[in-house]
Design a binder for this molecule. Structure first.
Ligand SMILES: Cc1cc2nc3c(=O)[nH]c(=O)nc-3n(C[C@H](O)[C@H](O)[C@H](O)COP(=O)(O)O)c2cc1C
Ligand code: SF4
Length: 411
């Protein structure tokens, strides 16, 4: 299978601008600067690319929303927070091919009419931050991040902002708050960032992986991209395979590959016997069917979500109750505390799971967990709280016998 994102990843010094240029780097930018911004957006729409940050929103449509806004200035933000447990794909691109991201951000900025791009990056990504800083300096020297780039009437600059380590700041509105110097808590939507984002101005927010697809789409055409992988959500995907797996890692494969094939053919099989997998990190529901095709529509139809594509494999020796206790501990820690359903719900759910895991649970704990999983998606203010109970509620449905380790044995 031809790779798109990791095509040149093994090249020595790919993060050097001259090596990147030898592989055709910045050629698509040159082509695009002679194109009409609307035509560029049409190509992205034709490609049927959807966001790889979690929400799978159609990328071309989002670009069009920002392009059509009358207010100025406009901003482009690259979301490089990569906070979902089990996700480690953007890091590969940031560290090994930073110029691919810069070229993509230049193209996106030109298409939507922005002159400033900001990379909001996970603060712990020290090596990646250094690589990006160096790449930005190289691009400035070559005249790609400059005034009137390559003689076109387009000027652009890119800044880096380091996050302080809060998972919720990967959520786009909390990210904006953090970027503006406030506490990282979500904003009410609408207004959506495309209309009122950074400093109240129209803002495009895209994930690293989403953006890195852009140069190849504009080089080869949207139709070319739309024929790769699954017709439901075309293209390749960087799958992060981890947990009880023999060969954990990042695999670029066409959308639509089955969970079983990914695990067996690429991941070298399960360490032990397969029990279940979380296909979109700890925010997603468990899957037990190895025949599920990994694309956005099929995973949703199977009752879960592909999200950022972090596949956490769980073997039969693992207590699913303890695994869920772990997940809820994470959400309790990361809840920003702004709304009651999430602030209290995650904490109480964690306490109940701890009781059940230690054999001290009661039937009312199980009932309350199921009630929380009904209530929180409807009442929590942002995606963190809305998704916090997905894994636990699916675990109760799929592995009910494990949750029957109750003190009064009355389930
Ligand atoms: C709790 C939470 C954390 C998130 N973390 C990230 C993240 O680390 N990186 C990311 O790109 N998107 C993250 N998202 C999704 C963003 O809100 C947003 O949808 C995404 O950056 C848009 O880019 P895309 O359209 O290219 O996917 C998160 C969402 C939620 C609810
Ligand atoms: S859902 Fe959780 S993280 Fe989101 S605003 Fe409410 S308390 Fe904060």
């Amino acid at each position: 299978m031809e790779k798109i994102l990791l095509k040149d990843i093994d090249k020595v010094n790919l993060n050097n601008i001259n090596v990147y240029a030898e592989s055709g780097g910045y050629e698509t930018l040159k082509k695009v600067l002679n194109m009409n911004p609307e035509t560029i957006i049409e190509e992205i729409k034709k490609s049927k690319l959807v966001g790889r940050g979690g929400a799978a929103f159609p990328t071309g449509l989002k670009w069009e929303f920002v392009r059509k806004e009358k207010d100025a200035p406009k901003f482009l933000i690259c979301n490089a927070d990569e906070g979902e447990p089990g996700t480690f794909k953007d890091r590969i691109l940031l560290r090994n091919n930073p110029h691919l991201l810069l070229e993509a951000m230049l193209i996106a900025g030109y298409a939507i009419g922005a002159n400033k791009g900001i990379i909001y990056i996970r603060g712990e990504y020290f090596a990646e931050i250094e690589k990006l800083k160096r790449a930005i300096e190289e691009a400035k020297i070559k005249g790609y991040l400059a005034k009137d780039i390559l003689g076109a009437n387009f000027s652009y600059g890119i800044e880096i902002h380091c996050g302080a380590g809060a998972y919720v700041c990967g959520e786009e509105t909390s990210l904006l708050e953090s970027l503006e110097g406030a506490r990282g808590c979500s904003r009410e939507k609408p207004p959506f960032p495309t209309h009122s984002g950074f400093m109240g101005k129209p803002t495009l927010i895209n994930n690293v992986e989403t953006l890195c697809n852009v140069p190849a789409i504009l080089k080869n055409g949207g139709d070319w991209y739309s024929k790769i992988g699954s017709p439901n959500s075309p293209g390749t995907k960087l799958f992060c395979l981890c947990g009880h797996i023999n060969k954990p890692g990042v695999y670029e494969l066409p959308m639509g590959i089955t969970l079983g094939e990914l695990i067996e053919k690429y991941g070298g099989g399960v360490k032990g016997e397969f029990k279940a997998a979380l296909p979109g990190g700890v925010s997603s529901s468990l899957l037990t069917d190895l025949d599920v095709q990994l694309d956005y529509k099929n995973v949703t139809n199977a009752g879960s979500m592909l999200g950022s594509g972090s596949i956490i494999v769980i073997n039969k020796e693992t207590s699913v109750v303890s695994a869920m206790e772990n997940c809820l501990e994470f959400f309790t820690h990361e809840s920003c505390g702004l709304c009651v359903p999430c602030r209290e719900g995650t904490k109480r759910a964690k306490e109940m799971l701890t009781r059940i895991a230690s054999g001290k649970g009661q039937k009312k704990d199980l009932d309350a967990l199921l009630e929380l999983s009904e209530v929180m998606p409807d009442t929590a203010r942002c995606g963190l709280g809305q998704a916090a109970m997905n894994a636990a509620s699916s675990a109760i449905k799929l592995f009910k016998e494990e949750f029957q380790n109750l003190r009064n044995n009355s389930v």
